[in-house]
Design a protein around this ligand. Structure first.
Ligand SMILES: [Zn+2]
Length: 201
């Protein structure tokens, strides 16, 4: 996959020419940092960075400059270590909800109110390519129902899928859909070929 590496000078602390590994746009790690800062302060973020370095030999920078790509594994690892350090067990879901709040701008939120979860997921499939160098979505649906299939995401991680489900649910609610429900019907972290999400509203 070369999409992320084509950004050239924007790649931070990572040389694509050496090891083409799955990358995610800095937004993911910026959201992770913000989430930890809001709940556990600067000391909590420092503690998380120390633990990620000690346990996984990953040196997360203190801050993430916008406009770069970083290994997706840094992001999923930071979340898993965060859950271990801080809890509670639904740490990933809480993060996913918060990340949707951070990542959907006020302007987009206004626009979302005039649309539907189906529209959101169709646009989201395109947006995904700007957020992750791996994984592709197939989306189908009708009024009141949407199915999104995520294939070939570069990191298989049950916690990440929990956060993704919560992100999708929060974003669906932003469209003004009430009684929304999002479930992950099959997951690669549980041995399936694809991660399949279904939403109703
Ligand atoms: Zn999954």
């Amino acid at each position: 996959m070369t999409v992320a590496c084509s950004t050239g000078r924007h790649v931070l602390a990572y040389d694509c020419s050496v090891a083409p590994e799955p990358l995610s746009y800095t937004t993911a790690l910026q959201s992770t940092r913000q989430f930890v800062l809001e709940r556990h302060g600067e000391a909590g973020w420092a503690r998380l960075r120390d633990a990620v370095r000690e346990r996984h030999d990953i040196a997360l920078p203190p801050e993430f400059e916008t406009g770069g790509w970083l290994p997706t594994a840094w992001f999923t690892t930071a979340l898993n270590v965060g859950r271990d350090l801080f809890g509670p067990p639904d740490f990933h879901e809480r993060y996913g909800r918060a990340a949707a709040e951070y990542e959907v701008s006020w302007m987009h939120r206004v626009a979302l109110r005039f649309t539907s979860p189906l529209w959101l997921l169709e646009r989201g499939a395109e947006y995904w390519k700007r957020a992750h160098s791996t994984g592709r979505w197939e989306v189908e649906g009708r009024k009141g129902f949407v199915r999104g299939t995520l294939r070939d995401f570069g990191v298989v991680d049950a916690g990440y899928c929990d956060s993704l489900r919560a992100w999708l649910l929060r974003a669906c609610l932003m469209t003004g859909a009430s009684r929304s429900f999002v479930a992950e019907r099959s997951c690669r972290a549980r041995g399936a070929d694809v991660c399949l999400f279904e939403g109703t509203w």
